[in-house]
Design a protein around this ligand. Structure first.
Ligand code: SD4
Length: 324
């Protein structure tokens, strides 16, 4: 039956049909099959982490192993006061860590408010692989880590303790754009099979209220990926990222055909349009699609990201931003 006869018979108008077919995003009709060369990308200028992940990918490791080992470089870096060991404490002096990980099959694991364990990302992976759950919190997460063989450690370094005591003298509590307060590592990797994985790990906002958890360990906020489309990670003011479910939003926008760059920009603009105080805080996203294209956008100048692709490490990459 010819198209017009069919339409006449079924009473569907040509207009109605064209509206409904254009409703379907291109990427759903044509799934992406391109297999890119391995790539690792991370928030901020964490090139040691992307180099670690990138060289693992080049040696045939999976994207999941590469993101885990990659972010562990920063968790172990005592000079980084916003991730892992040496992370800044909350206002009461507790170092509490948040992390999550996602694998290409869509599985996920997370820990929040985890104390005394230097590599929360490894515990998050254990939650994903060895329990039927996605997220463990606080004391339960710590008990689980110990049962899994992790060793307890005091994560409050002398210098973070000193800085915290100095802070206690004034107790100024406000988000300050781009300074030490914001250096969470979120990483995305595509491996030589074309599979994508992601990880995100942080000590959260420095001198936060005891108990506060940000976006970083929340699947959909600080990290989200779909192995058919790509992934996204966020950093900055976690409250704003959580309220817009930023990383999930970016992946869904890419599913509808947007480039990683346009999707990151739209996610930032959702926050900007709703938050009149956006000038006072930073949020930044990095996205990677399955074709290996990277996008990044933030509210204010000062955010940077790092990538490793085809043996080349590129650091201090500056995305476009809203403020000019
Ligand atoms: C948080 N998004 O806990 C994190 C902070 C951050 O770089 O990104 N630091 O809200």
């Amino acid at each position: 039956m010819k198209r017009r006869q069919f339409l006449q018979k079924t009473g569907i108008s040509v207009g109605a049909l064209s509206v409904s077919s254009s409703f379907f995003p291109q990427n759903i009709l044509k799934p992406m099959n391109t297999k890119p060369k391995p790539v690792a990308v991370a928030t901020w200028n964490f090139q040691n982490a992307t180099k670690k992940a990138g060289s693992m990918l080049e040696n045939g490791f999976s994207a999941l192993d590469a993101v885990e080992q990659g972010v562990m470089v920063e968790e172990a870096n005592l000079k980084n006061t916003t991730v892992g060991d040496g992370g800044a404490p909350d206002r009461d002096g507790n170092v509490t860590l948040d992390a999550c990980i996602m694998s290409p099959d869509g599985d996920a694991g997370a820990v929040v408010y985890l104390k005394e364990i230097a590599h929360p990302i490894q515990v998050a992976r254990k939650v994903m692989e060895d329990t039927p759950h996605v997220m463990l919190a606080g004391e339960g997460a710590l008990q689980f880590a110990i049962q899994q063989g992790f060793k307890k450690k005091n994560l409050l370094t002398e210098s973070s303790e000193k800085a915290w005591k100095e802070w206690l003298e004034h107790k100024e509590y406000r988000p300050i754009i781009n300074i030490e307060n914001h250096d969470t590592i979120g990483m995305l990797c595509v491996d030589d099979k074309g599979d994508i994985a992601g990880a995100c790990t942080t000590s959260g906002l420095s001198y936060k209220v005891n108990g506060r958890v940000g976006d970083s360990p929340i699947i959909g906020a600080g990290l989200f990926l779909d192995n058919e489309i790509g992934g996204a990670v966020g950093t900055g003011m976690g409250e704003a990222i959580m309220k817009s479910v930023g990383s999930f939003l970016i992946v869904e926008l890419m599913r509808q055909g947007m480039s990683p760059q346009d999707a990151c920009k739209e996610a930032v603009m959702r926050t900007v349009r709703k938050a009149p105080n956006h000038k006072d805080f930073q949020i930044a996203y990095v996205a990677l699609n399955k074709a290996g294209e990277i996008g990044s956008y933030c509210i204010h100048k000062g955010f940077s990201y790092a990538k490793f692709h085809e043996g080349i490490s590129s650091d201090n990459l500056s995305p476009s931003y809203l403020d000019s």
